[in-house]
Design a protein around this ligand. Structure first.
Ligand SMILES: [Zn+2]
Length: 334
């Protein structure tokens, strides 16, 4: 079996220091130098078309990115065998290398980027995508890379193109419009506001998305609040599978900001329309954060305030469920 772990000797040539961020940037530069697919796709990303739409002063970006067509149109119902899983070390392309995060995860450069530095963080072991047992890992990761990157998680039914193998992704934090959007929220947008000594828990409606925001400098507080939210959903949405969700996490100013998008559907009805009414978009964490990824150029012009709001409303949980969750959270916390 080919060894995909980037050796310290190779890494030292590229890393400018010993911090995790230095090592990640070293891995990135190594891959650009030694993997033609990554070199080409990151070079192409520099010239992708990005449109910006302003909706009541909220900036939504549209990125025309043809290289993302495979993941946007992936059939998530297909069962992939472990011997074909592209996140398992044995199946990585020859040129792809990783560095370790403790002994548990491999940092890999994503060869089909949305961000100028786009990584996949794959669990070493082939275990299914699920957040309940791994939220702490997501928080530790986002603390350790927060200086430069935000981490995101797509649930197995809404955006994870390889739901059989647990993974997170990360990209340059300034590329996620949601962080800027949340700085400008007013009382009009806030449906729930819990402020405690070590916890701030908000529910916000923004461009028809229902967003839960949990902030704390204590990871236990974040994990507890997340479990409480999930338990309230479970009480009305039965089933053993994980509730449909996307998560974005950023560690900044010594605290975590965990953003949770609860979902009703993976793809909007536009996706299934015929001819020129069709829009190929499959919202996942990045799209829900305000950066919509469109693999077809012809779809760029179909976006306006109505289309964007329609898509967000359609794929987010219902207003009724959002109100129910707020009522339950208020009763619990206030
Ligand atoms: Zn795997």
């Amino acid at each position: 079996m080919k060894n995909h772990l980037l050796s310290e000797v190779e890494l030292i040539e590229y890393a400018k220091g010993e911090s995790l961020i230095d090592r990640l940037r070293g891995l990135f530069d190594h891959q650009i130098d030694n993997w033609d697919l990554a070199k080409q796709n990151y070079a192409d990303l520099k010239s992708v078309i990005v449109h910006e739409k302003l909706i009541n002063n909220i900036s939504i970006k549209l990125q025309f990115n043809p290289k993302r067509v495979k993941s946007t149109t992936a059939d998530l119902s297909l069962k992939q065998d472990q011997d074909e899983c592209i996140l398992c070390e044995t199946n990585l392309p020859d040129e792809q290398k990783f560095i370790k995060y403790y002994k548990e995860y491999n940092f890999l450069v994503n060869p089909y980027p949305i961000f100028k530095e786009h990584f996949t963080i794959a669990k070493c072991k082939h275990v299914p995508q699920s957040i309940s047992s791994y939220l702490n890992d997501l928080l530790l990761l986002s603390r350790d890379v927060g200086e430069r990157y935000a981490i995101f998680y797509n649930g197995p039914q809404c955006g994870a193109s390889i739901p059989q193998h647990l993974h997170f992704q990360m990209g340059n934090k300034e590329s996620f419009p949601i962080f800027e959007q949340l700085k400008n929220i007013s009382k009009d947008n806030s449906c729930l506001s819990i402020e405690r000594k070590k916890l701030s828990f908000h529910s916000i409606e923004l461009t028809k998305r229902f967003i839960f925001l949990i902030e704390s400098n204590d990871s236990i507080e974040i994990m507890n609040s997340f479990s409480i939210l999930i338990s309230f959903i479970r009480s009305v949405v039965p089933g053993n599978s994980e509730p449909m969700l996307n998560i974005v996490s950023l560690f900044e100013d010594k605290k975590w900001r965990l953003i949770i998008f609860l979902r009703k559907k993976h793809r909007p009805s536009f996706y299934y329309l015929e001819n020129n009414k069709k829009i190929v978009v499959s919202p996942a964490a990045v799209d829900m954060s305000g950066l919509m990824i469109l693999p077809r150029e012809e779809d760029l012009d179909k976006f306006n305030k109505e289309t964007i709001e329609h898509i967000y409303r359609e794929v987010s949980i219902t207003k009724e469920l959002n109100e129910y969750l707020i009522t339950k959270l208020k009763a619990f916390y206030l």
